[in-house]
Design a binder for this molecule. Structure first.
Ligand code: GSH
Length: 236
């Protein structure tokens, strides 16, 4: 049975501009699960069980949230990407994945929606299929929602410098944890933290977007080499 993956789809030279969708795509590849990516349109949000993307359809069931989907599929297909991790490594992996999904993500989102040049690209990618007449209304509504979410989460209440510093600290911690290893925890093959970290690094350094966070990450040589290694492992 083929899993249907509802994501945003290819953007620039990455499989998806959303780290949640990117991570899930990497998981499906690594786990060798048969899947097809459904074409994105704004109406995909209408089908989304929790109003967010990604989600999957499997055996007639719709399941939302990248991490819950990974848990569901890992159980169903008896896959454990963290099988070689010790309890301590598992604990560290869990904390870093949460840091990326629940903290770093918001800094990246801020960069996409609040840097005017980046926002022009966001507008084009997400809204170019919407009829021209109603496009400005759809964009204004989406921006209002993004501001509400960013402020509601709390990150948007900080100054621009503070926001980027928060993201830089996360990426520095990731770089420190990886050190000179090929994969996190010096394993032979990627684990959950590898695919999660890869999705964030790749999305932050996308050539179309610019931000102080991107500039910072580009200087973290081990993360850039890791990004290349993961691209080769999964996407070439
Ligand atoms: N916890 C969710 C987060 C998914 C998420 O925030 N997706 C964003 C796109 S990157 C979204 O759908 N945002 C639309 C909204 O919040 O209205 C996951 O891991 O899948």
């Amino acid at each position: 049975m083929t899993v249907k993956l509802y994501s945003f789809g290819k953007f620039s030279d990455v499989v998806d501009p959303s780290p949640f969708c990117f991570k899930l795509d990497s998981f499906l590849r690594l786990a060798k699960i048969d899947y097809e990516t459904m074409e994105f349109s704004l109406s995909s949000f209408g089908k989304a069980p929790k109003g967010k993307i990604p989600f999957i359809e499997d055996d007639g069931k719709f399941i939302a949230d990248s991490n819950l989907i990974i848990e569901y599929l890992s159980e169903k297909y008896k896959v454990n990407l963290n099988k070689d991790l010790s309890e301590k490594e598992n604990g560290i992996s869990h904390s870093f994945c949460r840091m990326l999904d629940e903290n770093t993500y918001w800094v990246a989102l801020y960069g996409r929606w609040f840097e005017p040049d980046n926002f022009e690209i966001v507008k084009y990618f997400f809204f170019n299929k919407i009829p021209k007449l109603i496009r400005p209304i759809a964009i204004a509504k989406a921006k209002k929602n993004a501001i509400a979410r960013i402020n509601g989460q709390g990150i948007g209440l900080h100054s621009k410098d503070e926001i980027y510093k928060i993201g830089m600290q996360d990426m520095q911690a990731l770089s420190d944890l990886l050190g000179s290893d090929d994969y996190f925890f010096n394993k032979e093959t990627p684990s959950l933290l590898d695919i999660t970290a890869h999705s964030y690094i790749a999305c932050i350094i996308l050539k179309e977007f610019n931000s102080p966070l991107k500039d910072y990450v580009l200087k973290l040589e081990n993360l850039i080499k890791f990004n290349d290694r993961m691209n080769k492992y999964l996407y070439s």
